[in-house]
Design a binder for this molecule. Structure first.
Ligand code: SAM
Length: 379
């Protein structure tokens, strides 16, 4: 077989595998006896039991917060800490091959779509997506320079560098101008898989706005992240200096290695999304019960899943966008209001607007007449 045919066959097989969806069909009956849960390792759509929920809420609320200096250091040194995290754990990361289960936009034919993956880490989402969709272009970004280097090396090794690359960008800060190419600000899809939870709550609004600005009108932001009262949150609740801050629904914790994590409610995601101008297509919890059958223990896992769309008309102003797009129209309206408070001021304002309009319309004729006069003078 010729190389091109082999390549097409391989891409086609991968494409088909990516479109196979796992049904969420393993449900634990409400009145099931405790032993029934031990029949499987995981159960779908299981809510945390009422008694455990009350206990968990009390634990979350009663935890003391770490001194502000601890939180400040976490933000200041975030890039260094993520570098160290990957140096320590590089072998613990496995490729994510389930994302098409969560996100219908990833199951549709993607053609030559441009995808921006934010917080791409060492490429466990980016590489499988590139391999599975034979024409898409994927750009990854991450705060950690070490992670970005790993992605670019792996892209070269796997022969995918022509369609993918990664660069360093803290998505809660303006994008780096030297790395910015026009197609990146017109992405069809932006992915944030366990990335937004790594950003401190006070910087999340700016991060959402930057992701909004990276999409073309009609493009989608796909989010999968930690949900409130996930079993991991309850683990952090017991650690001294574990809680850094954040309000209900954006509770913010420090891991043992100094990297941080936020646990979201749907309301918190909804507020951030709508303030940035997104329309919500899908927003839900993904809840699962994980059973350790040997030790008879249960873990309630909670994730948030969202598909947000940038409106076609790009009409909604973002709460966090630039001065010109957000405040200038308000400033004009305010100025008009102030200037038209008295009758005389109102008349002067109208006269001014009239003069400006007439002079704008008359300017081309004046210029033309002057040019003609100059030509006839020269002749
Ligand atoms: C929990 S990891 C998830 C990595 C990857 N998305 C995955 O699912 O395997 C969070 C990632 O977000 C990155 N990150 C943290 N803060 C960031 C920021 N402000 N801008 C961009 N990336 C950030 C970290 O370096 C890290 O790679």
């Amino acid at each position: 077989m010729r190389a091109a045919t082999v390549e097409r066959w391989r891409a086609d097989r991968l494409d088909r595998r990516v479109r196979e969806v796992r049904e969420r069909a393993r449900h634990l009956p409400a009145e099931a006896d405790p032993d029934m849960a031990l029949q499987h390792n995981t159960w779908d759509d299981v809510e945390i039991e009422e008694e455990q929920r009350t206990r968990a809420e009390a634990e979350v609320r009663s935890q003391h917060r770490a001194p502000p200096a601890v939180a400040e250091a976490c933000v200041r040194e975030a890039a260094l800490r993520w570098d160290a995290h990957y140096l320590q754990n590089i072998r613990n990361y496995h490729d994510r091959k389930y994302l098409h289960n969560e996100f219908p936009p990833l199951r549709a034919p993607l053609g030559k779509a441009v995808i921006l993956e934010t917080g791409c880490g060492v490429g466990n989402t980016l590489l499988p997506l590139l391999a599975a969709h034979s024409a898409v272009r994927l750009v990854g970004c991450d705060l950690s320079p070490f992670a970005v280097r790993c992605v670019n090396e792996r892209l070269e090794r796997e022969g995918l560098a022509a369609r993918g690359r990664a660069f360093v960008w803290d998505i809660a800060a303006p994008p780096p101008v030297d790395q910015l190419q026009p197609h990146m600000l017109q992405a069809d899809l932006v992915l944030a898989v366990f990335t937004l939870s790594a950003i401190s709550p006070d910087r999340l609004g700016t991060a959402f706005s930057n992701l909004y600005d990276s999409l073309r009108p009609g493009g989608r932001l796909l989010i999968r992240d930690y949900g409130r009262l996930d079993s991991k949150q309850l683990k952090f609740c017991r650690a001294p200096n574990g809680r850094l801050g954040g309000e209900d629904g954006l509770e913010w914790y420090c891991r043992g290695d100094g990297t941080t994590v936020v646990f979201f409610t749907l309301d918190a995601i909804l507020a951030l999304a709508t303030q940035s101008g997104f329309e919500v297509e899908d927003l839900r919890y993904d809840r699962r019960l994980m059973v350790n059958r040997a030790q008879h223990t249960r873990l309630y896992r909670v994730w948030v899943v969202a598909v947000l769309r940038k409106p076609m008309d790009n009409g909604k102003a973002s709460k966090h966008t630039t001065f010109t797009s957000r405040r200038l129209p308000h400033a004009c309206v305010r100025l008009w209001g102030l200037a038209t408070e008295t009758r005389r001021a109102r008349h002067s304002m109208l006269a001014l607007v009239f003069t400006v309009l007439v002079s704008r319309m008359a300017a081309p004729y004046c210029i033309q007449t002057l040019r003609r006069a100059a030509l006839s003078f020269r002749a």
